[in-house]
Design a protein. Structure first.
Length: 315
């Protein structure tokens, strides 16, 4: 039996614009502002250098406050936030609003959260993220006169003083090809942040992004709420054989594939242990990469009103 000893991850990947991105980040989706504040402080104390948030998570204030209070110089940290669907027509205003909520002068990475422009709500007295279509409350109020290519045309020109790198999220190969082939696209996105875990390894998307110099980031790496991946039979068996926890195994699998990984936790002991990873043997990597064949699953499925996940859960 091989027993591996996990070590805190300090490795970074180089983005196509020259910036360095730490492989293991604290994910903040589904954390309340108070939980996010405490989680970010715990994470940075434990050695994390990379924190991932978004406008829609509604915790930028807590995340930013922790970054400002943590005692680690800002330039040593990598902070990501994301443009919400209602702001596709004005990315600069969205970035400025996020910076205001974060209380920071810049973010390291600004992502277009979804390739799905929504109409701006008539009133933003109470901020509305998921506005419903008039006459059909089962549908979102899509902005069909706009598209993600136009959004990117604006995003790629955002001042680097306010966002060092720019990228996309939830982009399929089909949508990425549309973006990269558009005459208005002059900048290749630095990152594509997508749902990725052993039930959705996205082998073809990863290969495509790696060929194009786009760094892939994995959200919901443990399977999101309740971390279902950690109870998977193969994962449990392999982690026992290697003498590591299921979480360490799954997080290490991502980094071993050169994928930036964003495990979310608000539990101090988990936040601490999730930073430590191992180098996995090739046969273990192979076994984890094949689990989806019997358990294919995308967790975040929704009718967005436009094609988003237009590549099948691929072989
Ligand atoms: P909690 O935040 O209560 O600690 P994902 O990263 O895929 O979004 O998964 C997040 C879920 O996994 C949350 O429910 C989180 O719980 C849980 N989680 C995070 N790290 C671990 C861990 N090391 N062991 C077990 N569960 C974990």
């Amino acid at each position: 039996m091989t027993v591996l000893s996990p070590k805190p991850s300090t490795e970074t990947a180089k983005l196509n614009d020259g910036s360095e991105i730490p492989y293991v980040a604290l994910g903040c989706w589904k954390s309340s502002p108070e939980d996010a504040y405490n989680a970010v402080l715990t994470a940075i104390k434990a050695g994390y250098k990379h924190i991932d948030t978004a406008h829609i998570y509604q915790n930028e204030e807590g995340v930013g406050k922790a970054i400002r209070n943590c005692g680690v110089p800002r330039e040593e940290l990598f902070v990501t936030t994301k443009l919400w669907n209602t702001n596709h027509r004005d990315p600069l205003a969205a970035l400025n609003d996020s910076l205001k909520r974060l209380g920071l002068d810049y973010v390291d990475l600004f992502l277009v959260h979804w390739p799905v422009p929504f109409k701006k709500p008539a009133s933003d007295a109470e901020e509305q993220f998921f506005v419903k279509r008039k006459g059909d409350p089962t549908k979102f109020d899509n902005d069909y006169d706009w598209d993600f290519v136009k959004t990117w045309e604006l995003v790629q020109k955002l001042p680097t003083s306010k966002c060092k790198s720019v990228g996309v999220s939830n982009m399929s190969v089909t949508n990425l090809k549309t973006l990269l082939n558009a005459p208005s696209t002059t900048k290749v996105p630095a990152c594509n942040q997508v749902e990725m875990h052993p039930y959705l390894p996205q082998h073809a998307l990863l290969k495509f992004c790696q060929e194009k110099g786009i760094q892939v980031e994995a959200y919901s790496p443990l399977g999101s709420t309740g971390s279902p991946l950690l109870k998977d039979e193969t994962i449990v068996e392999l982690s026992k054989e290697l003498g590591i926890s299921p979480a360490t195994l799954v997080i290490s699998w991502a980094v071993n594939r050169k994928v930036v990984v964003l495990p979310k936790s608000v539990t101090p002991s988990r936040i601490e242990s999730n930073l430590s990873i191992v180098q996995l043997p090739d046969d273990v990597m192979e076994k984890i990469s094949l689990i989806y064949k019997t358990h294919p699953q995308r967790i975040l499925c929704r009718d967005w009103g436009v094609p988003v996940f237009n590549d099948e859960i691929e072989a």
